[in-house]
Ligand binder design. Structure first.
Ligand SMILES: [Fe+2]
Ligand SMILES: [Fe+2]
Length: 139
């Protein structure tokens, strides 16, 4: 099931909201690549695009927080580091398939599939609602 953008996700700062919309698209791309039969390279690219854009988005948010002398900067930055680590861990078994013989997404073990899809279902959305939302009154 794709994640659908909702107004409740908006923190009212356009560049952040646009980034979050794009990140949700990238999350959905990963899930689409995992559904049905596709080239494994498509899945690798989708995961790497998500990881890369996530790092850029977090760096952007962190710059805004520094500029605003945001009081909860340390806590928020730590949450970003944890999210990156969680994605890395959930994606690693799949990315390790680069060194194997498999070429199809049908070869991704169910356990690896469930771990990544299960994480991505709440991974960013929870952070937006609980942590990014605290920026609403600051930015
Ligand atoms: Fe964010
Ligand atoms: Fe954030």
């Amino acid at each position: 099931m794709p994640i659908i953008w909702r107004d409740a996700f908006s923190i009212g700062y356009r560049q952040i909201d646009n980034d979050h919309r794009h990140l949700i698209d990238l999350i959905n791309d990963v899930e689409t690549a995992l559904n049905g039969e596709h080239a494994l390279s498509r899945l690798f690219n989708a995961i790497e695009d998500l990881a890369e854009y996530t790092r850029r988005h977090f760096a952007f948010e962190e710059r805004l927080m520094v500029d605003a002398a945001y009081a909860n900067y340390d806590m928020h930055k730590l949450a970003h580091l944890e999210l990156i680590e969680q994605l890395k861990q959930a994606a690693q078994p799949i990315l390790d398939m680069k060194h194997g013989d498999a070429h199809s997404t049908l070869d991704v073990p169910q356990e690896a599939r469930d771990a990544l899809v299960g994480l991505l279902r709440h991974w960013l959305v929870d952070h937006i609602i609980k942590v990014d939302m605290q920026l609403k009154s600051v930015l």
